[in-house]
Design a protein around this ligand. Structure first.
Ligand code: AMP
Length: 425
């Protein structure tokens, strides 16, 4: 069966002339026949497999992209050289090729340098990592009581990415970090912690574990960063975070980053920070430049068939992130694609840290064309140039949807998002 795109719509060419074949994709602002409660929400009765999905009208999965060219680029009021950073740090920034600060960097760095608490409403891809790392690095130079900085992130991968950026920006400054994340043996982390690094960068579970086992002492922490706070709450980390933050001095500087502000986040902000400055760079139309559409399929087997067919088009689907619901399903789908000659790798919580890191690197480097992921595993990942996001399974919430599709269409590139929906209505 060949796959073609016609008139803004996917249409599988079947030998029986089409008939009731699915795979139809609408091109307008509203898919034909979409309106009632679609059946992809059915069949999850009993609720024994985690939270029940929130209903999302499939029309929300459709959007004709507005060209990015119409966007007004942010004009920064500072250059990096305007910031009061030492020569070595300036050198490291220049070495990374950064010239103009991004919006969050431009606005947040002056306050963070001053020692103020800052709330950054910013999603991945805005440059939020450097926005907090650079001024913190500047402020830590010469600090002798350690560990002095604690950075908490929701996932191992995000923590690792922060650590990588720390190492690049911190080069030659005599600052050290320890990555404290699950999925890998604790022994090495414990060994490193004994050498009293300046920075501890980690995920809540392992941090709390090593804190309880008295390998982490937070009494000298002067700066706390909570990255992707909304995701950490979604993932149920609030009790761990509370337990960890309680162990830090109350006169610390607190920086909190979150893509969304919910009442829970507001409560955390009130609890953990003092007179914070809030900087919001998140725009509601971040997905406006992403071409979004639905693909109708009868059942799972049909979805697999259609997806496999689409992905045969190597030129078009050159870097594809596919989202699935369960660890098992994600692995199976990835294996199927790989066995069909489409290089694919799965990333999910059942893989250990080094497997996940390897998968991510292969996908980032372009050695593997397709990565199949669960939401949790993909959170916070910075993967440049994803050509397509495909929602093999629909997301739990619309917010998850926005988060998923935000992986494509970054930094001036146009992006595409396809969402499979059930045609049996
Ligand atoms: P983040 O939102 O922190 O995950 O950063 C997204 C990507 O943008 C990362 O690959 C950064 O290395 C890159 N980046 C961040 N700030 C800048 C900047 N001022 N100039 C160029 N690239 C940047």
């Amino acid at each position: 069966m060949a796959y073609q795109q016609s008139g803004g719509g996917f249409r599988p060419r079947t030998n029986n002339g089409g008939g009731r074949s699915g795979g139809q994709r609408s091109g307008g602002s509203r898919p034909s026949g979409v309106g009632g409660r679609p059946s992809f929400n059915r069949g999850r009765g009993g609720g024994s497999r985690g939270p029940v999905k929130k209903y999302i009208n499939p029309s929300k999965f459709i959007n004709q992209a507005t060209p990015k060219a119409e966007e007004v680029p942010y004009v920064s009021t500072h250059k990096f050289i305007d910031f009061p950073f030492g020569g070595q740090l300036q050198h490291n920034i220049a070495k990374k090729g950064y010239i103009d600060p991004s919006s969050i960097q431009d606005q947040a760095i002056p306050f963070i340098v001053e020692g103020k608490d800052v709330i950054g409403i910013a999603n991945t891809g805005t440059g939020k990592t450097a926005a907090f790392l650079l001024p913190i690095i500047e402020r830590q130079t010469g600090v002798s009581l350690r560990p002095s900085v604690l950075i908490i992130a929701p996932t191992r991968e995000l923590a690792q990415q922060i650590d990588e950026q720390f190492r690049e920006f911190g080069q030659g400054l005599g600052l050290y970090s320890t990555l404290v994340v699950g999925g890998m043996p604790a022994e090495r982390q414990i060994r490193e912690l004994k050498r009293r690094p300046h920075f501890i960068i980690g995920t809540p579970g392992r941090l709390k574990d090593l804190m309880n086992r008295r390998y982490i002492n937070l009494e000298n922490v002067n700066t706390l960063v909570l990255d992707e706070a909304d995701r950490m709450l979604d993932m149920g980390f609030l009790p761990d975070i509370r337990a960890i933050v309680t162990e830090t001095p109350s006169d610390r500087q607190t920086l909190l980053f979150s893509a969304t502000i919910t009442p829970e986040i507001t409560a955390i902000i009130n609890n953990f920070s003092k007179n914070p400055v809030t900087i919001s760079v998140r725009t509601s139309e971040t997905n406006e430049h992403i071409e979004q559409d639905v693909i109708e399929a009868r059942d799972k087997a049909h979805k697999v068939e259609l997806l496999t067919e689409m992905l045969q088009d190597r030129a078009k689907y050159d870097k594809v992130l596919v989202f699935g619901e369960t660890k098992f399903g994600v692995q199976r789908l990835s294996d199927h694609l790989d066995n069909s000659g489409i290089s694919s790798i799965a990333i999910h919580g059942n893989k250990n840290q080094s497997q996940r890191a390897r998968a991510l690197k292969q996908f980032k480097d372009g050695r593997i064309r397709v990565m199949v992921a669960t939401d949790v595993a993909a959170r916070g990942l910075d993967i440049p140039n994803v050509s397509h996001v495909i929602n093999f399974d629909t997301p739990q919430t619309y917010d998850d949807y926005i988060h998923r599709i935000g992986r494509t269409g970054r930094g001036g590139a146009s992006g595409h998002a396809h969402t499979f929906i059930d045609s049996r209505r």
